[in-house]
Design a protein around this ligand. Structure first.
Ligand SMILES: [Zn+2]
Length: 291
């Protein structure tokens, strides 16, 4: 296997994030009585479990970026196993640290599976913003647990797919690093359309591009309907080639939504450094102009 050391490093990072996540969730549960992973939206969407699964698998994501290893099916298998084990490990860690008010350790009196049965069926479901208690869930607890299990696995797989879509340099098979970002606001669709049609229109005149990058007609004002263009400059740590990813979002009443059709990914000619453009440096010559 190519880059064997890197894959071992990634596996170690994954085990570390798994252990940390189990420890943090258990400590929060012990201190506040709130079980992070049981948090759900509309009862059945296991948001807490998804986040916990993603946290448990996050070491694989960050380790892969650090060691420049591409996600393989073997990584997907590891991520799924770790996310699934995280749920069981959290239950076990709860069980082994559970001390009753009278000082008796639960683990000394009941077996793990008996504990789990009581634990799952006597969970209280809390609904709505007021967290109205609906009483013990009974055998529905098993179904909830199964839903959470799926949540854990989806969260873990999320770490894998984020890696899959992370921009990389085809030539060197390394992950690109984020070098700079620029944000531009438009409160007028026509102003945005003019910008969008022209910003990458002059591939050989990066001074024109620099001018467009400083163009912020909305002057950072955000209201309903504002269009936000975010340009991210990425660079390969090995061959130094740069790329720009442009993301376009539109403001709703309270939130931004991305318009995927307007996203663009533009390769920058080799040897050109656009970091000064993103820093707003105007006087300096931009990179080397290609012939
Ligand atoms: Zn490269």
């Amino acid at each position: 296997m190519r880059n064997f050391g890197g894959h071992v490093g990634v596996a170690l990072f994954g085990i570390l994030s798994f252990a940390l996540t189990v420890a943090v969730v258990t400590v929060i549960d012990r201190v506040t009585g709130f079980n992070l992973f049981s948090l759900s939206v509309w009862v059945i969407i296991p948001l807490g479990a998804m986040l916990t699964g993603a946290a448990a698998a996050s070491g694989y994501y960050f380790g892969s970026l650090l060691f420049h290893t591409r996600p393989t099916w073997l990584l997907l298998v590891q991520v799924i196993i770790v996310a699934a084990l995280a749920q069981i490990a959290i239950y076990y860690s709860e069980y082994s640290t559970f001390v009753l008010d009278n000082g008796i350790r639960v683990a000394d009196r009941v077996g793990f599976f008996d504990y789990l049965d009581i634990r799952l069926t006597t969970t209280h479901l809390r609904i709505g913003r007021a967290l109205i208690d609906t009483g013990e869930v009974g055998s529905f607890g098993y179904l909830l647990t199964l839903i959470q299990f799926v949540g854990f696995i989806l969260g873990g797989m999320g770490a894998y797919f984020f890696l899959k879509v992370h921009p990389d340099c085809q030539g060197c098979s390394r992950y690109l690093r984020k070098l700079a970002t620029g944000k531009q606001h438009f409160n007028d669709r026509y102003a945005f359309a003019t910008y969008y049609d022209n910003v990458f229109g002059h591939r050989h005149d990066w001074r024109a591009f620099a001018k467009w990058m400083r163009h912020d007609p909305g002057k950072k004002q955000v209201r309903e309907g504002t269009i936000l263009a975010t340009s991210t400059l990425h660079g390969c740590p090995h061959c130094k080639t740069q790329r720009i990813a442009l993301m376009v979002q539109i403001r709703g009443k309270k939130e931004w939504s991305t318009i995927p059709n307007l996203a663009r990914d533009v390769a920058i000619p080799q040897g050109m450094d656009l970091r000064p453009v993103f820093k707003g440096e105007t006087g300096r010559r931009i990179g080397t102009e290609p012939a």
